[in-house]
Design a protein around this ligand. Structure first.
Ligand code: SAM
Ligand code: SF4
Length: 479
């Protein structure tokens, strides 16, 4: 049966859902910022004291072109990351469920007009097989990704979430399922919330209406305001754990950073809680895509923008994906990234395949830059003394949204996260690591336990007790 696609109308029912982006206001803030050594250093210090920056303060960092000050901004971001997040990096994997799409986003391989794209929607058996492969690799956290299509409605998304949670392989299980899909209406969000999702992610792509219209030619997504208020409707449905993002390369990158901050401010003002995460994907090559190269963000500017975001929102998680190369990821992780994907395969059904030589862009959304396996990424993190973490404790203990903010100020992340990172890393080492990696991993755990002992010996006894239980075969222990 042919499905008839009926776009949602956008109606303002509530003051809070009024579109909140004013392009001229953002440009005025950028244009009037006049950075000096004194004011830029004062802004960095404000952030190092773990205070959120205003749009005006962030604009000073964005307008800074003095190489010495740019280095100070990056150094500030590195220090802040260490102070707030410690050395843990949360690991997840994306799982593409379906690539049918009614929209025409000119940069995306899935767009409706791309006839070269092979369209696939995983059926339940295929989805289970993908999840089993991911679990057998050691993954615990997934983000499910969908094109926008009437077939992928809220019931479909909720069903796929339930299926994912129900797959168990050995001691493997998925403990947190996040979503990256089209904006829903309030009833739709309620359905996916009931299925037990973690974060609902929607990227605005660009916060500039005119640029948005140029890249989003048709379909529901061409409605800027429906998308902009998408996560407000999620809040109305009591999903308080949301992720925002901008696709860098569509419009001026400095403008987009302020757009993201304006979005954060809107959430804090209306719901008393900011977004859980910010993503900052850069445009990559895609099947049959067209992009104006005018706003391409080079590596040096990309690194700068991540450092500035880190300073601007000290307590918001920053997600860096495998769109970027291994080398660039290593550089950017130091500046304040808290989550990365690893072992990424964005081909529909790709995790269940035995091996894959190279990407097939006509069956994937875009080209990825980091094709390493999960084991390789973990090895690299261990070598650099980062603690790879598969932790899902906060969301399962109800520490989300406003409650998460209460805990997150100050030092909360370090209080729980290091211990939980150690416990989930130990699970990974016991169940999935090679003997060499296991030795390397436990060496790092010993080092981190020693550091904790120096800072707060009271915390160490309960941690060691749980660590021993993990070694004896108990799973899913957390603080
Ligand atoms: N279809 C839904 C949507 O558009 O919101 C789900 C997400 S889409 C599959 C995931 C994200 O990928 C988009 O929000 C966009 O930011 C990003 N994306 C699309 N094309 C891209 C490209 N060529 N390079 C990098 N990222 C891209
Ligand atoms: Fe469809 Fe999302 Fe791609 Fe746009 S970005 S064409 S909505 S899958």
């Amino acid at each position: 049966m042919k499905m008839i696609y009926k776009p949602q109308e956008y109606r303002i029912k509530d003051e809070r859902m009024k579109p909140f982006i004013d392009e001229s206001e953002i440009w005025e803030i950028l244009d009037s910022a006049e950075p000096t050594k004194e004011n830029v250093r004062a802004v960095i210090q404000k952030s190092l004291a773990k205070n959120r920056l205003s749009l005006q303060e962030t604009a000073l960092l964005l307008k800074t072109e003095d190489p010495e000050l740019i280095e100070e901004i990056k150094a500030g971001a590195r220090t802040l990351k260490e102070n707030v997040y410690g050395d843990r990096i949360v690991i997840f994997a994306p799982l593409y469920v379906g690539n049918k799409c009614v929209n025409n986003c000119t940069y995306c391989g899935f767009r409706a007009s791309n006839k070269k794209q092979k369209r696939t929607t995983l059926n339940e058996i295929q989805l289970r097989s993908e999840v089993k492969s991911l679990e057998d690799n050691g993954q615990k956290r997934l983000i499910l990704v969908y094109g926008e299509h009437p077939m992928y409605d809220a019931d479909f998304i909720a069903d796929s979430v339930r299926t994912v949670y129900s797959v168990k392989s050995g001691s493997g299980e998925i403990r947190r399922v996040n979503i990256n899909a089209a904006p829903l209406d309030i009833d739709g969000y309620k359905k996916v919330k009931d299925a037990g999702i973690g974060t609902y992610q929607i990227f605005q792509e660009t916060y500039h209406r005119e640029a948005y219209a140029k890249y989003h030619l048709s379909g529901q997504k061409s409605n800027f305001d429906w998308r902009l208020t998408g996560l407000d409707r999620a809040q109305e449905a009591l999903i308080d754990d949301v992720g925002i993002g901008a696709l860098f390369g569509l419009y001026d990158w400095k403008y987009e950073v302020l757009g993201l901050l304006r979005h954060v401010n809107h959430f804090e003002a209306c719901y008393n809680v900011g977004p859980h995460t910010i993503s900052f994907p850069r445009i990559k090559a895609a099947s049959d895509s067209t992009i104006d190269p005018k706003f391409e963000v080079n590596d040096a500017d990309f690194i700068r923008l991540v450092a500035i975001l880190r300073l601007a929102v000290p307590y918001t998680g920053l997600i860096l994906t495998a769109r970027e190369t291994k080398e660039l990821r290593e550089e950017v992780i130091k500046l304040g990234v808290s989550q990365i994907d690893a072992g990424t395969n964005i081909q529909l059904g790709g995790y269940s395949e035995e091996s894959r030589e190279e990407q097939q862009l006509d069956h994937e959304q875009f080209e990825i830059g980091d094709t390493r396996s999960l084991g390789e990424v973990i090895d690299e993190l261990l070598d650099k003394q980062y603690l790879p973490s598969f932790c899902t404790a906060c969301y399962r203990k109800g520490r989300t949204g406003e409650h998460f903010m209460e805990f997150s100020v100050p030092g909360f992340i370090k209080r729980f996260c290091t211990q939980n990172a150690i416990l989930t890393l130990a699970e990974y080492l016991e169940d999935y690591a090679t003997p060499d990696q296991k030795t390397k991993g436990y060496k790092l755990i010993d080092l981190k336990v020693g550091e904790l002992n120096e800072k707060d010996s009271l915390k160490v006894a309960p941690l060691l007790e749980r660590l021993e239980k993990v070694k004896q075969g108990e799973r899913d222990l957390y603080f």
